[in-house]
Design a protein around this ligand. Structure first.
Ligand code: PEP
Length: 252
């Protein structure tokens, strides 16, 4: 029997100041503060995390960051460590989002180090993988995504690997309004699970795999019916607390 628990994670990206974060936290708490059959995660910019700690630390809503550095402390100007995130009540962190891979040229080698650092500090990494439009059109989507999963989770023992959440996010569906069909999303999430089984055996069944890419309140329910989709990573539709609460409701 599957031990997976659905997760709906919002990714604010580079949006919201402290005041806006506080207002959002109050509103989300009022609407989904009693929800326990779905793990709700809010991944905020570093500057808003402390405000979320004040409002959400004691609640069922989890606080997540959008990135971290692999070192614990020291001469890494501008970086934030996993330990610092734990200190401000984060329990999740996004790693390897496509915007960081594309715009900031993050490599799989760096992403693998970030995944390990997150796990070591007790954080749940949400590892993002996904192909771009050219990969898909050329029939290379599967190879691309498999390669990312294998490289980014390299050398992790099964007991660690099962603590990773994977978000399949086809680049062509992020922020474009184009969602992968639920069957396409299911096919890739199933392929990711097979890849995990090849790396780590039976624990693959315990790994939460999310879909991300223009997920909204009106398409989440169908995505959630797919056997290998355990939730969603949501960008644009997580920015409004009321709309995000509705999306969470429709995922249940
Ligand atoms: C994302 O940022 O991870 C994402 C999936 O964005 P959107 O929902 O806006 O496509």
């Amino acid at each position: 029997m599957s031990k997976r628990h659905p997760i709906i994670a919002g990714n604010w990206k580079m949006n919201k100041n402290v005041r806006e974060a506080q207002d959002y936290a109050g509103e989300l708490l009022a609407r989904v503060g009693e929800v326990t059959d779905v793990d709700v995660v809010v991944c905020a910019p570093f500057t808003a995390l402390n405000a979320l700690k004040d409002d959400l630390e004691e609640s069922v809503i989890h606080i997540g960051a959008q990135d971290l550095f692999w070192g614990s402390a020291g001469a890494f100007t501008g970086e934030i460590s996993a330990e610092m995130l734990v200190d401000i009540a984060c329990t999740y962190v996004i790693v390897g989002h496509s915007e960081r891979r594309e715009i900031l040229h993050e490599t799989d080698e760096e992403i693998a180090k970030k995944v390990k650092a997150a796990l070591k500090a007790g954080l749940t990494p949400i590892l993002c993988v996904g192909e771009n439009l050219a990969h898909r059109e050329e029939g290379r989507a599967l190879a691309m995504v498999r390669g990312q999963v294998e490289k980014d989770l390299m050398d992790l023992p099964p007991a660690e690997l099962k603590r990773v959440v994977i978000a399949y996010e086809p680049l062509w569906a992020i922020g474009t309004g184009k969602t992968a069909s639920s069957q396409d999303a299911q096919d890739m999430c199933s392929a990711i699970r097979s890849t995990l089984a090849g790396i780590a055996g039976a624990v693959a069944d315990e790994v939460n795999i999310l879909y991300g890419g223009s997920v909204k309140a009106d398409n989440i329910a169908e995505l959630m019916t797919q056997p290998d989709i355990d939730g969603a990573l949501v960008g644009g539709a997580s920015l409004d607390a009321e709309g995000f609460a509705q999306l969470i409701e429709n995922a249940r």
